[in-house]
Write a protein that binds this ligand. Structure first.
Ligand SMILES: [Zn+2]
Length: 278
């Protein structure tokens, strides 16, 4: 399992196992008893606009190919496909405490929940999975209490404080201290490409702490850094800056490697983010 690109000073690197390519935080692989990763388009069997590692069942791709992709991706990461627990995202901030009874939900048994963008667990061997094509994958690890979390947050989830809610929930359920939690932002649309119009701008400007995170690009558009919004919420909760890890990768700029909704519209596949304790 080789690192294929050493992004100097970068926290997030690309790895390849067989034909499957995925991204991960290099230090996390060394330091924590977890398996984690973010899929790329490379190493799957889907074709056309789904080329090639499409992990979304709802995008119109041939389901048998998506199944095959899940198998290939799981094998490359060293997790069991039959144990995956899939989110049921609706751009809100509900969080599910995942236990043994959820194992395989959305893969070999029906999901036991609806409208869940965040998953947390302390059970080893259960991979938590969220889906992305521009929206931020938020990875969480508490190495002290042995708890993890995985969340999906687009601009709605970001502004609604998904990052903050994950920290609070891990504290409530597992007694995790904010100062112990490590939080990672995987590839997502960057402020280079995420332009918002007046409708979203009006919501953002009501929150004074975001005023500095907006840049006016022209008469009708502003750019917004979602990473800085997540970071803001984590700092409010008391997560130290040294515990916040950023991929610095824009899905829209790197749409050869990653699916991007902004770049490709609905004719595209989905990427998956996964984290598991072992
Ligand atoms: Zn970009």
């Amino acid at each position: 399992m080789g690192r294929i690109m050493d992004r100097k000073k970068a926290e997030f690197c690309w790895y390849q196992n067989g034909k499957v390519e995925y991204g991960a935080f290099a230090e996390w692989k060394k330091r924590f008893r977890i398996i984690h990763g973010f899929s790329t388009r490379n190493g799957g069997v889907s074709e056309g606009c789904y080329r090639s590692m499409n992990l979304g069942f709802a995008s119109g791709d041939d389901e048998s190919l998506v199944w095959k992709n899940f198998g290939l991706f799981s094998e490359a990461l060293g997790i069991k496909c039959r144990d995956l627990v899939l989110s049921d995202q609706n751009h809100q901030t509900e969080i599910r405490v995942v236990s043994e009874q959820d194992r395989g939900g959305g893969i070999i048994v029906p999901k036991k929940f609806e409208g869940i963008d965040g998953l947390i667990t302390n059970v080893p061997g259960i991979p938590l999975v969220t889906f992305h094509a521009d929206c931020t994958p938020l990875f969480f690890v508490d190495p002290v209490k042995g708890a993890i979390g995985m969340a999906h947050a687009g601009w709605r989830g970001a502004l609604a404080g998904m990052a903050s809610k994950m920290i609070r929930r891990m504290h409530e359920v597992y007694g995790s201290e904010a100062t112990h939690i490590q939080a990672g932002f995987g590839p997502a649309i960057g402020d280079c490409c995420f332009l918002i119009r007046e409708d979203v701008y009006d919501q953002v400007k009501m929150l004074p702490e975001y005023a500095t995170k907006l840049k006016q690009v022209n008469d009708q558009q502003w750019s917004l850094s979602l990473e800085s919004v997540h970071e803001h919420f984590l700092q409010i909760e008391g997560v130290p800056a040294k515990n916040i890890w950023k991929s610095g990768i824009c899905t829209c700029c790197e749409s050869d490697r990653l699916f991007s909704h902004r770049k490709m519209g609905d004719k595209r596949g989905n990427l998956a983010a996964v984290i598991q304790l072992y």
